[in-house]
Structures are given as C-alpha cells and as structure tokens.
Design a protein around this ligand. Sequence first.
Ligand code: NAD
Ligand code: LMR
Ligand code: MN
Length: 573
Amino acid sequence: MRAVCCSSLTNDNKRSINQLNEEEPFMTLTAQQIINNPFLNKGTAFTKAERDRYGLNGVLPPAVQTLDQQVAQAYAQYSQKPSALEKRIFLMDIFNHNHVLFYALFGQHVAEFMPIVYDPTIADTIENYSALFIDPQNATYLSIEDQDHIEDALKASADGRDIRLIVVTDAEGILGIGDWGTQGVDIAVGKLMVYTAAAGIDPSQVLPVVLDAGTNNESLLNDDLYLGLRKQRVYGDEYHAFVDKFVDTARTLFPKLYLHFEDFGRSNAADILDQYKDQLTTFNDDIQGTGIIVLAGILGALNISKQKMTDQVYMSFGAGTAGAGITQRIYEEFLQQGMSEDEARKHFYLVDKQGLLFDDMADLTPQQRPFARSRSEFANADELTSLAAAVKAVHPTILVGTSTVPGTFTEEVVTEMAAHTDRPIIFPLSNPTKLAEAKAEDLIKWTDGRALVATGIPAADVEYKGVTYAIGQANNALVYPGLGLGTIAATSKLLTDGMISAAAHSLGGIVDPDQAGAAVLPPVKQLAKFSQTVANAVAQEALDEGLNEDPITDAKQAVADAKWEPEYKELNI
Ligand SMILES: NC(=O)c1ccc[n+]([C@@H]2O[C@H](COP(=O)([O-])OP(=O)(O)OC[C@H]3O[C@@H](n4cnc5c(N)ncnc54)[C@H](O)[C@@H]3O)[C@@H](O)[C@H]2O)c1
Ligand SMILES: O=C(O)C[C@H](O)C(=O)O
Ligand SMILES: [Mn+2]
C-alpha cells in the first residue's frame, strides 16, 4: 500500500503542500489519490508530462486545458445556475475537487461571488446544512461528549498540513440567525474561503473547526436529519473546559496558530477573547473585526462630511457582541485622538432590548456597563425604552444597528435623527439581508441624500435626484483577511490593539471623498487590493511593537512572501 498524501508529515516536519511539492519528492501517490486530493488535483490541466509521470493517462479526458480555460468553462456553468443557493452548491463542488480552480475563479469574480460563497447565501446553507450535506470540506467537528478525540481529530483533518489559521465557531450566534449547532461549521468554512480569496492565505494552512456543545435550537433537535449532538447547549465550567481543551491542543499541534473565533454567543464571546488574547494571536471577528470595519467606515464618512470624530454622538442599537465591540473600538479612537476617558464616555449611548441602557439596570453585560448612562441625565429617563424615544432624547450623529431586528431604523427614527445633524451616519449592520435594520435606498430617500450609509450585506447603488450613491459594505470580511495575513506574515506573537487600530486607519484614502455620492468604504471589487494594504499596515505595526518571532525587517516583503496565488505548480511527489 502506498502512502496517502501527506499523512506521514509529522508536526515536527511541517510544510505546506505547496512547499512540499516544490522541495522534495518523498512519496508516491496513485493516480486516484492525486485526482481525489483537492490540494493536488488539476483536473484537465495536468500536463502530458505529469500524466506520463503519475499514471494519469486515460484517467482523464485526453485534452489538456489551461487554468484560464477551466475558469471560463466553470464560470459559464455557474452562470446558468438558477438560484444563489445552487450557485453556491456548484462552487462548493469545485472547491471539494480542486482548490486552485476554485480560488482562481473566485479571484476573477470577487464582488459577484462574495454574496454567494459568503453572506448572505451562507446563511441558507447553514440553516440547511444537514439536509444538504455532501462533504466535510476538511473541517474538524469536535463534540463536547467526545473530548478524548480532540487531538486525533485535529491531526486527521489537518493531515500533516502546516496549519497557521483556524476559524472556530460554537455556532451559538450565527450572524443574526441564532443557534445552529454543528451546522454552523459552514461559517468557518466560508470565512476561510474569504481569507484566501481576499488576502491570499495559503488554503493548505487553514482549518475550519466547529465546537459542538449542543444546541438550543428546537427545530434542529427535532430534525431527524440533524447531524450534530442532540442535546441542550452546555454552559459554564463544563463548556469552558471544552474550549480550553480545544485551544490547548490546537496550539500545541500548531504552534504558529492564528486563532479566529466566530459567532460565539453573547455570554461567552468576550470572555473567551479576554482569556486568550495575551497568550496567543487570538482574534474575535464579531468584536474586533466589526469594530475595525465600522471605525474605518466612520473615518470614511467623516472624510466626506469634513467633520471631526470627537464632535460625534454615537448610538449603538443592539449592544451585544458586535455592538459593544464596535462601541469599544470607536471609544478607543476618541482616546487616541486626545480625549479623556470621562469626556469620551459622554459621547456614547447604548440601546438594547430594555431601551437606553442605564447604570442601575441589573442585567447589563460587563461590556455594556462602562457605557451605561445615569438616569439623572434625562428628565424623562423612564420613557426612553424604545429606539425612537432614545434618538429623540439624545440626537445621535452616528447610529449603528447590530440588533438582529429588521426594519427598526424606521422613517420616524431616521428623520428625527436627520433633523439634528447635517450628515447622519447610519449603518444598519444586522445580517443576513432579512435582518437589516433598514435598506440603504430608504435611508438615502428619507434624508434627502444626506445620510452617509454602510450596510452589512452588499447593497446596490442608489440613484436619487440625479446622484448615484455608492453604498459601502461594513462587513468584517473587508478587513479580517488583511489583518490575518499581516499578522501571520509578521510572525506576530499576539494581535494587539495597535495592530487593530492600524488596520482600521489603513483603509482611508482609497475612496475619493469629494465625488458626489461617494461610498464611506472602498468597493468590494477592490477587496484583494486593499487586503494587501491592510496586511502591510498590520505587519508593520507588529514589527514596530517588536512582536515578530522571526527576524523580519521588511513588513511589505514579508506580506508579499506569505501570499499564496491560485496557480498550478509543478507536482513533485
Ligand atoms: N456587518 C458585520 O460585519 C457584522 C459583524 C458582526 C455582527 N453583525 C450582525 O449584528 C447582529 C448582532 O450580532 P451579535 O453577534 O452582536 O449578536 P448578539 O446576540 O451578541 O447581540 C445582539 C444584541 O441585540 C439585542 N437585541 C435583540 N433584540 C433587540 C431589540 N428588539 N432592540 C434592541 N436590541 C435588541 C440583544 O439583546 C443583544 O444584546 C447580527 O445580525 C450580525 O449578523 C454584523
Ligand atoms: O458573517 C458576516 O457576514 C459578518 C459577521 O461576522 C456576522 O456575524 O454577521
Ligand atoms: Mn460573525
């Protein structure tokens, strides 16, 4: 029996499959093992010489195609698929068979594919994951009831690859659609695809992981097809011991790990980040990634309105994981711009289920507490139990929605806000599409074109009174790939606030703010380009803070060297 690709690579002998191909002929694979390995397979693009060498003659149709021809053929098929879900299933099929082709195709159609591979279509595939299941897509499925296999499972799915990046979810708070148990694994798969398409993270160095600690989703528990653990979600010490065991095992197996946490529940997300952030490069996308993109969007909006950050009055509608994370990031920016903590806090207002949050409320989260207000500030404090009442009392200049409640930025709320500020900054960010607090088009119309808008999911341009308003996408996907690439390229020991701030500031200067209808953030079609900008800024900051493990001096060069391109390399196995 011949060795299956790469399983003989030990942790001490870690190389990516690409490096491996280039360096050493160390094992022989059968034709079937090659074409069934998505990291190695080239399909019809195997050359004549490769076909001779690896016994592929007659195993494939005789014509030899180029990658460009394969991309064109696949895109033509894709275009015929009648729905977003079918388009996504088709692309996943390509991914399952041939990673280079998948990423070459994705790279040529980034803006078109983002909403298919990622949000919002990914929400449909998560809700229907068990029914649609075909392939585990190199993910690791860890169960709280089977912790003895954590190490084996991580090793088996990594299959000897040099894992540098894990996206892990426990799926308690998938986007705004709630608890999806094991089915949430797709968010880890999808986020990783965006890392590679946007920033060129080597796909052989990544691993999607789901931590299945049960689910409180009754529809899943009652679904015969459900593929996860059929029990109520576990919380408290038992849950944290499970997370600890996963993190300890993963960092031991993969010592250069960048660990990205995604869509954990409100009661766990911030605690887990605090627990690990000073130990290894830990990133919480919903807290930190969203904080970066919203700060970048606000900086972009202020560039257009020519206003100062420290003159703004900020209101968060929905102060959970993302809402509180964004608030903290904007608050830090106020401090960075020279304001004292006490002065800065006066600019922030949180509205959640209870209405405006006050410091005498017993049910505040630790992240909400520092921004809760005193009732004595308002004559009618007890009446401020709705967004409309809070907006009327506070007159915010910035309103960010992370509430998961659709349509809550009503015409009444928006016109009241716009009555007290020239250029209201309004970001309805709840995902997917069906949960957004408002539509971009309505915000532009209700404010007669004055609102500076960004949305969580892609929004079409808005034509209004002869001006075309481009709508920025304030989705963390615009920054987390560059942040990850920069951090990994710099071999940074930690991910610091300084690196996070550098990422947010690096997105400025890409959009021309003087163009009528300019967007507050750069367009998704330039995602690959500005991911590089973010990566360079982050890597430079890591070096400036002396966080690099390897002796790197040139941040840009390190980023360029770390970047993977979807090209067929000569197989040498
Ligand atoms: N655009 C982005 O990049 C981005 C990033 C992260 C999260 N999000 C979106 O933000 C939303 C929230 O995500 P999260 O991770 O913070 O979830 P979360 O559950 O941690 O927070 C949601 C918050 O909204 C509050 N809420 C619920 N109903 C409300 C109501 N009627 N009025 C006011 N507040 C209410 C909840 O109490 C909670 O505090 C989701 O829809 C998610 O998709 C967007
Ligand atoms: O996944 C997204 O589209 C962004 C964000 O992380 C979310 O949870 O909504
Ligand atoms: Mn998320």
